[in-house]
Design a protein around this ligand. Structure first.
Ligand SMILES: [Zn+2]
Length: 139
């Protein structure tokens, strides 16, 4: 049975930097999710994008990530268990990815999930499995 989830203030602030379609998608996902969620990032500055590239945490240079758009065309959202991001819970992430895609479909939104990139969950240690990442396909 789904609990009654709400966004934290920080999640709400981060989500507010996103495209209205992503805001609607995340609000609907939060209602449907059996787990609590946290918004990790919405809009990302070119400066921060350059830092992530330099640190090997992104493959994209400044201006090339959907996070760099303003409002952001990408959102990073994580599943929580007992207040902590459930990074190692493979099944929960796969279910969550499916949930977000399903909710998007009911809204007529075409999205791309970072969890579908670069192989599978077990590649997470190698850096580019991106389960928290959802982006709009169309501008
Ligand atoms: Zn992302």
């Amino acid at each position: 049975m789904a609990a009654h989830h709400t966004w934290s203030d920080r999640s709400r602030e981060r989500l507010a930097t996103c495209d209205p379609r992503l805001i609607s998608l995340m609000n609907a996902t939060l209602k449907a999710s059996p787990l609590d969620l946290v918004i990790i990032e919405g809009h990302r500055s070119h400066e921060r994008q350059a830092e992530l590239l330099a640190a090997g945490k992104s493959k994209l240079g400044p201006g090339r990530s959907k996070h760099n758009a303003s409002p952001s065309k990408a959102v990073d959202v994580a599943i929580l268990r007992d207040g902590k991001v459930a990074w190692t819970d493979r099944d929960a992430w796969l279910q969550f990815g499916g949930l977000v895609k399903g909710v998007a479909a009911t809204m007529g939104l075409t999205i791309r999930w970072g969890g579908d990139w670069d192989g599978d969950f077990d590649a997470a240690e190698h850096g580019f499995w991106d389960g928290p990442h959802f982006e709009l396909v169309e501008d």
